[in-house]
Design a binder for this molecule. Structure first.
Ligand SMILES: [Zn+2]
Ligand SMILES: [Zn+2]
Length: 145
C-alpha cells in the first residue's frame, strides 16, 4: 500500500493507532480499533498477538492468534482468499504482531478500512492491506472486527 517505506516505530497499540490516524494519501482515518481474539479459551484476557496473512492487492487479511491458533477472517476475506504468506517484520524478520484497524467513516457509514501491524519484538509499524467497504454502518463494522 501507499504508506510502505514511511518507516516508524510504535511503543504500543495506542501509538500504532496514532500512526494510523496520521496516514496521508488515503481517506482520513476517523476511527481506530484493536484486534482481539475473544475465543472462550482466553478467559477474561482476549489475545492480542497474531500471525497476520494479508494481500494488499486483493484487499484480504486473516489473523491467527498466537495463544490459541484461532482464525479471524477480515470481513469476507475467506470468500476470495488468495493464500498470501505470513507477514514478517522488515526490520527484525519475526512474525508476531499487534493489529490496529483504521476506519474512514462518513456520519456513521464506514467506507474504507486499513489494517496496520506493530512488530511485538522491535516496534516497527507497517500497513498490510486496505479495502473499500462500500457502505456499512460503522457499528456493524466494529462488531465484525
Ligand atoms: Zn485466540
Ligand atoms: Zn521487528
Amino acid at each position: 500500500m501507499r504508506t510502505v517505506g514511511n518507516r516508524h516505530t510504535a511503543e504500543d497499540t495506542e501509538d500504532l493507532a496514532i500512526w494510523v490516524r496520521g496516514l496521508t494519501d488515503c481517506p482520513p482515518v476517523t476511527q481506530t480499533t484493536f484486534a482481539m481474539c475473544s475465543h472462550p479459551s482466553h478467559g477474561d484476557e482476549p489475545a492480542t498477538w497474531f500471525y497476520v496473512e494479508a494481500d494488499a492487492a486483493a484487499g484480504v487479511a486473516r489473523l491467527r492468534c498466537l495463544a490459541g491458533g484461532h482464525i479471524i477472517d477480515l470481513l469476507d476475506s475467506a470468500e476470495h482468499w488468495t493464500y498470501p504468506g505470513v507477514w514478517s517484520c522488515h526490520s527484525c524478520s519475526q512474525s508476531i504482531a499487534e493489529v490496529v484497524y483504521g476506519i474512514h467513516d462518513e456520519a456513521g457509514t464506514a467506507r474504507w478500512l486499513v489494517v496496520a501491524v506493530r512488530c511485538v519484538e522491535c516496534g516497527d509499524v507497517d500497513g498490510v492491506t486496505d479495502l473499500l467497504i462500500g457502505e456499512m454502518p460503522l457499528d456493524e463494522l466494529l462488531a465484525r472486527l
